[in-house]
Each structure stands twice: as structure tokens, then as C-alpha cells.
Design a protein around this ligand. Structure first.
Ligand SMILES: O=C(O)CCC(=O)C(=O)O
Length: 271
């Protein structure tokens, strides 16, 4: 396995993974160590099948059925599908499914069809962003928790014209939880910001106007260029990201068809 950095803050390319034969324990260990170090891995996988995709996920842990993305159907419920023709996009900064008590530890997304230009994905290191905060801001954030809510997306969509009953249904679904605003990575011990504009609703215990001022600052801060890696997809690329240490956004700046298959690996509770 050959590992080369592709970004200053995060990101590495991994060559030489024998995905068609399945990885042995040593290869899985090396891959996971690279994921912890680089946070986003780019793996060329032009011939990877959905079965091999799931097998790779299972090599790293338990794979999940995504809370709301469509999937490949019977036997392949763990492979969710992001199809631009269905309007399935992920074009707001987020870490995956943070409305869950145990958000995924990581996600593996495989490019099946790509537009001629555009549709890149941007990642940021939430750990690098946290490190760059002033000591005073770090002290201020210590011990704060925030509510993350799936209904937040329905609320945003409603503001852009989606029907009210979808929002009412999402609220009734009560898919929400709390996480620390600064999360300690369970494996590396690194601290990182853990709020995102897609799912985070509010910060507990702060006066609303104070929290409403702070959250947009934290979102913008994390997305500063120096904390990011921008991936221009090639057909068959598999991207693996550490969902505990990154946010990402798929740029909605393309015409044509963009089709991605994705598998997420279940994570642990945040602390
Ligand atoms: O389509 C992409 O590039 C990213 C997909 C995404 O945001 C997700 O799977 O959570």
C-alpha cells in the first residue's frame, strides 16, 4: 500500500489496495491507521462492486442503513445512493447523521457516474479548525453541548418552498440528540469542533441570540481554506472519510448526471 498526501490539512491517496481479493487484517489495520492520520483517503477503485464495497465497510466495523438516503434495495440496503437525477444532494456542510446518538465513524463514497465538470467534494479538518481557535474561545466552548436534529433539514427545505407537512412529519419523527460542541476523537484523542449547519439546531444553555451568533462563526471558521481539501473526482474513485474529524460538502455546481454509492460504518457515542 502506497500512501501519498494530497492536501496540507488533510487527505491522502492510497494506491495498491486489492479490493477485489478482500483485505487481510494487516491491510485493514494499515488502512485504518492512514484514515486516522489523514482523515480523508482517496482510493482508486474502478472495478469495485457493491458487494466489495460492503465487505470493505464490514472490515472496518458494522455497516448501517442510512436514515433517509435511498438505497440499492433488497440485500443491498447498506449501500445508499446519491443520484442527482432524483435531486439527492449533500450540498451543505455537514458531518454525516449527527442527529444520531452514534453518528457514523466513517463513510466510503464511490463515484459511479460523474458530470463532465464540477461536482467536487470539499472536506475540512474539524481538528485543525479547533486548534486554530484562540485560547479564550476554546475556554468558552469547553463543556458546551448542542442539539442536532434531522428536522433541521426539513425546516431549511420548508423555507425554500417544500411543503409544510414534510416538516411536520420530520418534527414528529423526533430524530435528534445532543453532542459536545468540542468532541474528543475516540481513537486519536484529538479535539475537534462538532457542529454543522445541516443538523445542528442550537447550543444548550446559551441565550438564543448568543448561540445564534456563535454557530455561524463556528461553521465559517471550520470551512476556511487552510483547513480544507477539495477533491476533484475521477470515475471509480472511492473516498473514505473519518466522520469524527471532518465535515464535507458536495458542490452543486454541475450540469449532467452525478451518481454516488455510499456505505457508512457505525460509530460510538461522542464525548
Ligand atoms: O456526494 C458527495 O460527494 C458527498 C456525499 C455526502 O455528503 C454524504 O454521503 O454524506
Amino acid at each position: 500500500m502506497e500512501i501519498t498526501r494530497v492536501g496540507a490539512a488533510l487527505g491522502a491517496r492510497v494506491e495498491g489496495l486489492a479490493l477485489d481479493r478482500g483485505l487481510d487484517a494487516a491491510a485493514v489495520e494499515q488502512l485504518y491507521a492512514a484514515l486516522l492520520e489523514h482523515k480523508v483517503l482517496v482510493v482508486p477503485a474502478p472495478t469495485m462492486t457493491p458487494d466489495q464495497h460492503m465487505a470493505l465497510g464490514r472490515a472496518l466495523g458494522e455497516i448501517e442503513v442510512h436514515a433517509f438516503f435511498p438505497n440499492l434495495g433488497p440485500g443491498y440496503e447498506h449501500v445508499s445512493v446519491l443520484d442527482s437525477d432524483d435531486g439527492t444532494t449533500a450540498s451543505m456542510w455537514h458531518s454525516d447523521e449527527t442527529f444520531l446518538e452514534h453518528p457514523p465513524m466513517g463513510t466510503m463514497t464511490h463515484a459511479k457516474e460523474l458530470p463532465a465538470v464540477g461536482g467536487d467534494t470539499l472536506f475540512c479538518s474539524t481538528a485543525a479548525a479547533y486548534q486554530a481557535l484562540s485560547p479564550g474561545m476554546k475556554r468558552y466552548l469547553e463543556g458546551l453541548t448542542a442539539v442536532h436534529d434531522l428536522a433541521n433539514i426539513a425546516m431549511l427545505r420548508n423555507r425554500f418552498g417544500a411543503p409544510w407537512d414534510q416538516l411536520a412529519e420530520a418534527i414528529a419523527g423526533e430524530r435528534w440528540t445532543r453532542h459536545p460542541v468540542v468532541r474528543t476523537h475516540p481513537e486519536t484523542g484529538e479535539q475537534g469542533l462538532f457542529v454543522n449547519p445541516t443538523y445542528t439546531r442550537f447550543i444548550d444553555g446559551l441565550p438564543p441570540d448568543e448561540g445564534d451568533m456563535l454557530l455561524p462563526f463556528l461553521y465559517r471558521h471550520q470551512a476556511k481554506e487552510q483547513f480544507t481539501y477539495r477533491h476533484r473526482w475521477a470515475p471509480g474513485d472511492l473516498l473514505i472519510w473519518d466522520n469524527r474529524a471532518t465535515m464535507h460538502i458536495a458542490l452543486n455546481d454541475f450540469e449532467g448526471h452525478r451518481l454516488m454509492y455510499r456505505v457508512s460504518v457505525v460509530g460510538t457515542a461522542s464525548r
